[in-house]
Design a protein around this ligand. Structure first.
Ligand SMILES: Nc1ncnc2c1ncn2[C@@H]1O[C@H](COP(=O)(O)OP(=O)(O)OP(=O)(O)O)[C@@H](O)[C@H]1O
Length: 584
């Protein structure tokens, strides 16, 4: 699938508005271009002594009509394009977010929140500037330019005089080709450094508590200063170039004025043109300076925006790593068993496999315990079951079908995954718990909270389930956060539930209570419990011991205790620890 970028589909939708705006600007330009012609005519008649008071009133009204006509028609044309710009921002941000949500875990782990924010804020705004204000100014200026040249010809100003006066303007084309690419390149650098700063800011704001506890504020301020300095350097380099470029355009306008004055003045003195023609010519050239300046600005803006557009186009062209097969079928985890065969998995950026030759059958309704040293591949196995990473073809089968042939939605909606650090949103506790099941009633939410042993904590808050979490609400403790996230998993009542170290921050007694309730509630459903404490797994139907990406031991608690190996060692250490603690 080839991406069409951001602008093509947008212009396909909005071209009618652009055409309407163009027409309105053209009419406004033509009206405004009559202004010097009227003044020129007035001057000639004044000089000839033909003017009556009635004529003066007539000319005044004519000028008023020109001003008002230009303002109303041009103003409406401007409104249309500004409206298109806001519309662009709206649909592009939605499009980016939808695209962003489609991408895979690998993309999120490589691109921080800050970087994403800079796409959504700076880049979208930059492009909008070009396609609304920039387009507007360019259109108004160009049309005024041509209207003025047309009106000069109609006014009877000799062609050679017009050509000589406007020829410095031709140089603009040369300037654009000369400076454009350099401005664009420097803008790209500015955007990249802004992205890097937002990324750093996001991380440092997030980690401010750690920074303070370690008293390393100075180091962090200095580190952040590097990003800010980089922006300043890049911005100054851009500003130097664009200011020079912008200054050149009015200079060319002044050259035009000078030629018009010298040549036009000479021709008026020798009687080749009338005084009215001379006045009109000077006014026309003066009238052209503003649009010219604006064209210079716009070209500058367009160069900056094209750097942002390139970034946005690159972003929408990123393809998700995990794509649903065209003929994908819904998963059935309720009855289907999960069969893993010869699964060896290597992360794309890694040189060492995270999982090696895993063979495993999980029958529906089983409780599987998983234990192993940190980094031994336990979470990786879960990521492959959820297909946030792609397992090699034929290695993971669900209900007889390769996991890669199943629809992503059906697979993920049938698995309730509760990670160790379940992210909670800045909304109410109720909404956080009912996150996977929006239609859940109060009773269901309370039941889930009770099963996760968080109910008693929630009802102690004045607003109970309506208590807001996050920035403008209460801050939960690590254990409370884990249990709220567990309640969110439980409410899903999915055929498969995976607890990935989900209750590690609660005390052993609460943990045992929670796991007992879960086992009772989930009779007949599959539950996979990854834990460090043997006590959390010992009732499992099958316990897997991971080491270095392999399953090195498997069986039930008693059986594993009887054989020498990591399981018995872990058990002995933990037993020793709890005896020691009890002894105190
Ligand atoms: N996104 C990733 N890209 C590259 N390597 C990764 C990625 N995620 C994990 N790894 C590596 O894969 C290996 C297994 O990691 P995994 O998270 O599965 O371990 P784990 O057993 O769940 O550990 P823990 O108990 O600490 O959660 C580790 O060596 C880890 O560094």
């Amino acid at each position: 699938m080839k991406s069409n970028g951001i602008l093509k589909p947008f212009f396909r939708e909005s071209w009618r508005l652009y055409v309407s705006s163009f027409t309105l600007h053209a009419v406004a330009g033509i009206i405004f271009a009559c202004f010097p012609k009227v003044l020129g005519e007035f001057t000639d008649r004044l000089q000839a002594g033909e003017l009556t008071m009635q004529d003066v009133a007539h000319y005044s009204l004519l000028l008023l009509a020109i001003g008002a006509g230009n303002a109303v028609i041009g103003g409406y044309g401007q409104y249309l394009v500004m409206y298109v710009g806001r519309w662009f921002e709206f649909i592009t941000r939605r499009q980016l977010f939808a695209h962003f949500s489609e991408l895979s875990e690998r993309f999120y782990s490589q691109n921080g929140v800050g970087k994403m924010l800079s796409y959504f804020m700076n880049d979208v705004t930059n492009v909008r500037e070009s396609i609304s204000r920039g387009f507007n100014q360019m259109m108004a200026s160009t049309l005024l330019l041509f209207s003025c040249i047309g009106a000069m010809i109609v006014s009877g100003i000799p062609l050679y005089l017009i050509a000589a006066s406007v020829c410095p303007l031709v140089l603009i084309a040369w300037i654009v080709t000369r400076f454009g690419p350099a401005i664009r390149k420097r803008s790209l650098k500015v955007q990249e450094s802004l992205g890097a700063m937002t990324e750093a800011a996001e991380e440092q704001f997030g980690g401010i508590r750690v920074t303070k506890k370690f008293a390393v504020e100075r180091i962090m301020i200095a580190r952040f200063g590097i990003y800010v300095d980089r922006i300043r350097d890049n911005q100054l380099s851009l500003v130097r170039l664009s200011s020079f470029f912008q200054a050149l355009v009015p200079f060319l306008g002044a050259m035009s004025l000078m030629i018009a004055l010298a040549l036009g003045g000479y021709l008026a003195m020798t009687g080749t043109i009338t005084l009215g023609n001379f006045v009109a010519l000077m006014l026309y050239i003066r009238l052209l300076i503003n649009p010219l300046e604006q064209i210079g600005n716009v070209i500058n803006t367009v160069q900056r925006s094209s750097a942002s557009l390139q970034r946005l186009d690159d972003l929408v062209a990123v393809q998700p790593d995990i794509v649903e097969a065209k003929d994908a079928v819904p998963a059935s985890l309720e009855q289907g068993e999960v069969v893993i065969q010869g699964l060896t998995f290597l992360y794309p950026e890694s040189s060492q496999p995270a999982l090696r030759e895993i063979d495993l059958v999980i029958k529906p309704g089983m409780t599987v315990g998983v234990v192993g040293r940190t980094g031994s591949g336990k979470t990786t196995l879960v990521k492959l079951l959820l297909r946030t990473y792609e397992p090699p073809i034929g290695t993971v089968r669900v209900g007889g079908k390769d996991i890669r042939e199943l629809t992503l939605d059906s697979l993920r909606s049938q698995i309730a995954y509760v990670p160790q650090d379940g992210f909670l949103f800045s909304t109410t506790i109720r909404e956080n718990i009912a996150f996977p099941k929006r239609e859940a009633g109060q009773q269901e939410i309370e039941d889930a909270a009770k099963q996760a042993r968080i109910y008693d904590n929630i009802i102690e808050f004045p607003d109970r389930f309506e208590t807001k979490l996050g920035e403008r609400g209460v801050t939960l403790s690590g254990g409370q956060r884990q249990r709220t996230s567990l309640a969110r998993g439980l409410i899903k009542q999915a055929p498969v539930m995976i607890l990935d170290d989900s209750v590690s921050a609660v005390d052993a007694v609460t943990e045992t209570g929670i796991l007992r309730t879960i086992q009772e509630e989930r009779q007949g459903k599959t539950t996979i419990i990854i834990a460090n404490r043997i006590s959390a797994l010992k009732h499992a139907d099958l316990i897997l011991v991971f080491e270095g990406g392999r399953i090195v031991q498997r069986g039930q608690h008693e059986q594993l205790l009887a054989e020498p190996g990591l399981y018995a060692t872990l058990h002995a250490i933990q037993e020793e620890g709890s005896r020691h603690a009890a002894g105190h």
